[in-house]
Each structure stands twice: as structure tokens, then as C-alpha cells.
Design a protein around this ligand. Structure first.
Ligand SMILES: *Cc1c(COP(=O)(O)O)cnc(C)c1O
Ligand SMILES: [Zn+2]
Length: 444
């Protein structure tokens, strides 16, 4: 799988991009998302001049890992994930070496990611990849991504256009005022995450706008991969197992890529970190395909998909076009690591949340609860052994705690609500994209 990448010897100071499909190499710029050769869809991957990770020990948070991030300017100062060895949950599950990577707010443990999810890692790294292009980045989100990008781009005074389902607008909060140039479009008429993506694509084709590109953006993936770098450098070794809840699959792919880079470093052992990725039933397209032994997602009617998505509690896991079959994507990552996929019901997730919160003492999101529930399943089924080194990614946590500690004053208001048609041929009516002045009014 890594052959194409391995063939290309690293060199030069700046990171480069290499196509997983054909090995073609590109310089790192602000915009490139895909290869330009005519072949099946394949991810680009970052290659860095240093195969050994040099930690910037004077830096804090994400910036400690700058040597392995695809950036063109220094990272804006920002907190990062923390990792620790679990006692409470480990004891309850009979595990001897359970490690938690926590993304969010937990002051006693030094966790200060104030947007409370690992999407903040994507936002910080993407911003430093872009530099100041003067153009407007377009991001579609079910909530967490939007909040993270709005916060980071506000702080940096960079232009951003967000597209979020109207039902998820409550997620657009901040402790800081938003920059008036951050533009928010809401997708009404029960629009979901996929509708927001469709509208976002149209917005990004406008003059002066460009798309953040989802899984195809190496900045987003390598940003999320910081969770594995953080945990492995703290532990001194690559874990045997990695548990995460997935929707697009980007975080899972990112974790895999980070673990493979650490293997090449060789100071962190040679474990081929096994991916354990979880989805929230009844919407489990990747788990269904993987368990059927398929490299492609199984065909599903859009009516059925909508019905399933409506029942899912963990909204961030409802991506209808996950990065499963793309070369270098979830199917390849699971195959390469002999990984597993899990289906977790809302009820199991709720129970797992209760167990985590009572044993570790911090609230976690519904998505993170799905990962905990998958770990519980794996323990019961003997998929992991008591002495295995297990990394549990709590992708979002501490929001309840943050709301108790702070008065959250700011909510980003939509400049416009667009109403996409249900049928394929009725296009979203987003030609009327609001001028920045409308956003400013709505903000004030
Ligand atoms: C986005 C998100 C996920 C899933 O991320 P993938 O991109 O599918 O890996 C999991 N948990 C939380 C809290 C998220 O916001
Ligand atoms: Zn290619």
C-alpha cells in the first residue's frame, strides 16, 4: 500500500504531496487536493523531509509536531490533545494498558481545546497550510467542524464561509466574538450534513472562494493525526490498537497515516496499529461494507439513508459519502492493519457515556461515546486482550464542563438560510449568497 510513497525518497525542506495511486509528486501549495493523472480516485499524502520526528519542545500544543505537518507558515498558537493512562475505565473493563487521547476541555488535565473537538486540529493546520491567500475558504459542517474553523479563522482574521444545516446551528457557539467577515449559510428544510456539502460545493465555485476539500485535504488529515503523535510520543511506543468513531473516515485514515510515519521513525517500535472504527446504527455504511468484505460501499436508496440518519444520535457520524473505497482510504487502512468495524446503537452509546463519565470524571460527546461502546464490544468479544496497548480517541469532550465554567456569550448567526430541493434536479438556491455586510448585520 505504501509502495508508491516509499519509492519517492524524501528530500527538500518543504513537505511535498505524493499520490497514493500513482506515486506522482507535487509541491505543497495552498490548494491542491487531488492528483491530476487519470486513474481511480486516490488520496494525496504528505511526505516530510525528516523521517524521524523532531519535537519542538519549546512549542506548546499542536505546534510541537510542526515538523510533520503540511504547513507553509508557523502555526497559530493553539492548544492540542492530551493523553494519559486510564485508571478508572481501564479497571472497569479489566484492561491493563488503556490510554486515552482527549480532545476538548478538561482543565485539571491541562486540556484546553476550547471548541471541544478534534476538528480544531484540522482548522489550525489547514489555516497554516493556506497562509494568507486573501481568498475565502468554504467549509461544510454538521457543527463541530464549523465551530472549530469559525473560532480559528476568527482569531487569525482569515476569510471563511461556512455551510451548516439549520438544525445544527446551536453548535456555532464561542467564548470569543466572531470576526465579522466569517459568513454562515444555513441549510433549511431539514437539510442534513450532505445537503450542506452540496451547497458548499456550489459556494466554493464562486469567484474568490475555494473548498477546504474534506478528506482530500492533507492539512485536515495530518491535523487529526496529531492525536496519534501526541499519544505515541507520550507513551514512547505506537499503540497496538486504536479506537475511534467515524463518519467521513478521515480521522481513522489520519491515525493510520500517523502510525505508519512513526513506524518509519523506528524509535517508537514497529507495531502495525490496528484500527477499530465505530459507527452509530442504524446508519453504518462503512461497517456494512467492511463486514460484507466489500471494497465499495453497498448501494442504498436515498430514502433509506435519510431514514437511518434521522435516527442517529451522534450527528458528526452521518456522512453519506465517506472516504471508504478511495485508494489510501478506510478500506485500505482496515485491510493493512487487519482492522475492525463496529455498529453501536444509541442505547449502547448512552451506557458507554455513563461508564466513561463515572469512571474518568469528565463529560464526553455522543460520538466519543460510540468509540467507548466499541471498546466495550471488543473487550466482551475478546478482540483485544487485557495486556494490549490500547489507544481510545475521545474525539470530543468537556463541553458540559466548559458550559459550567464559562458563560458562552456568542452564537454565530446565519446570513442566509437556503432551501435545497429534495429531487436531484432541483438545485439549491444559493445563487443569492449573502454579501459579507449581511453576515455582519446578522452577527451584531
Ligand atoms: C467529525 C467527528 C468524528 C468523525 O470523524 P471522521 O472524520 O469520520 O474520522 C468523530 N467524533 C467527533 C466528535 C467528530 O466531530
Ligand atoms: Zn496519481
Amino acid at each position: 500500500m505504501n509502495d508508491a510513497v516509499d519509492r519517492v525518497s524524501a528530500g527538500g525542506i518543504r513537505p511535498a504531496l505524493v499520490c497514493v495511486g500513482c506515486g506522482k509528486r507535487f509541491p505543497l501549495d495552498a490548494y491542491r487536493l487531488t492528483c491530476d493523472e487519470p486513474h481511480e480516485p486516490a488520496l494525496l499524502r504528505s511526505v516530510f523531509s525528516e523521517t524521524r520526528l523532531t519535537l519542538d519542545t519549546r512549542a506548546k500544543g499542536v505546534a510541537r509536531f510542526a515538523a510533520w505537518l503540511p504547513i507553509s507558515e508557523p502555526l497559530h498558537p493553539s492548544s492540542g490533545p492530551i493523553s494519559f493512562e486510564s485508571e478508572g475505565l481501564a479497571h472497569r473493563l479489566g484492561l491493563k494498558r488503556l490510554f486515552v487521547c482527549f480532545n476538548g476541555y478538561w482543565p485539571e488535565r491541562g486540556a484546553h481545546m476550547m471548541t471541544c473537538s478534534f476538528k480544531e486540529l484540522e482548522a489550525v493546520v489547514v489555516a497554516a497550510r493556506l497562509g494568507n491567500t486573501g481568498k475565502t475558504l468554504v467549509v461544510s459542517s454538521a457543527g463541530n467542524t464549523g465551530r472549530a474553523f469559525a473560532e480559528v479563522f476568527s482569531r487569525m482574521k482569515r476569510r471563511l464561509s461556512l455551510v451548516v444545516p439549520e438544525v445544527n446551528l446551536g453548535a456555532m457557539w464561542s467564548l470569543q466574538p466572531f470576526d465579522p467577515d466569517i459568513e454562515l449559510l444555513a441549510v433549511g428544510s431539514d437539510g442534513d450534513y450532505s445537503d450542506a456539502i452540496a451547497v458548499g460545493e456550489r459556494v466554493s465555485r464562486q469567484e474568490g472562494h475555494f473548498s477546504a476539500g474534506g478528506v482530500n485535504n492533507v492539512g485536515r488529515r495530518d491535523g487529526m493525526g496529531v492525536t496519534v503523535l501526541e499519544a505515541s510520543t507520550a507513551l514512547g511506543v505506537i499503540p497496538d490498537h486504536y479506537f475511534q468513531a467515524v463518519g467521513s473516515g478521515s480521522g481513522g485514515i489520519a491515525a493510520w497515516e500517523a502510525s505508519q510515519r512513526l513506524r518509519q521513525d523506528s524509535r517508537f517500535g514497529s507495531a502495525n496499529m490496528k484500527l477499530h472504527l465505530a459507527q452509530n446504527s442504524p446508519f453504518t455504511p462503512m461497517a456494512d461494507a467492511w463486514q460484507a468484505g466489500c471494497a465499495q460501499l453497498l448501494p442504498r436508496s436515498s430514502a433509506r439513508v435519510r431514514r437511518c440518519i434521522a435516527q442517529v444520535g451522534a450527528h458528526a457520524l452521518t456522512n453519506r459519502s465517506p472516504a471508504y473505497s478511495v485508494r489510501g482510504g478506510v478500506f485500505d487502512a482496515l485491510s493493512h492493519t487487519s482492522g475492525h468495524m463496529y455498529r453501536v446503537s444509541n442505547r449502547e452509546a448512552e451506557a458507554a457515556r455513563g461508564l466513561f463519565e463515572s469512571s474518568e470524571g469528565i463529560d464526553i460527546s455522543r460520538e466519543a461515546s460510540v468509540a467507548v461502546a466499541a471498546l466495550i464490544q471488543a473487550v466482551h468479544e475478546g478482540t483485544v486482550q487485557p495486556n494490549d496497548r490500547i489507544l481510545l480517541n475521545i474525539t470530543a469532550g468537556g463541553q458540559g464542563r466548559l458550559f459550567r465554567d464559562y458563560h458562552v456569550k456568542y452564537h454565530l448567526q446565519p446570513a442566509l438560510v437556503v432551501h435545497p430541493g429534495r429531487q436531484r434536479d432541483r438545485r439549491a438556491s444559493c445563487e443569492k449568497v449573502a454579501p459579507a455586510s449581511a453576515a455582519r448585520r446578522a452577527n451584531g
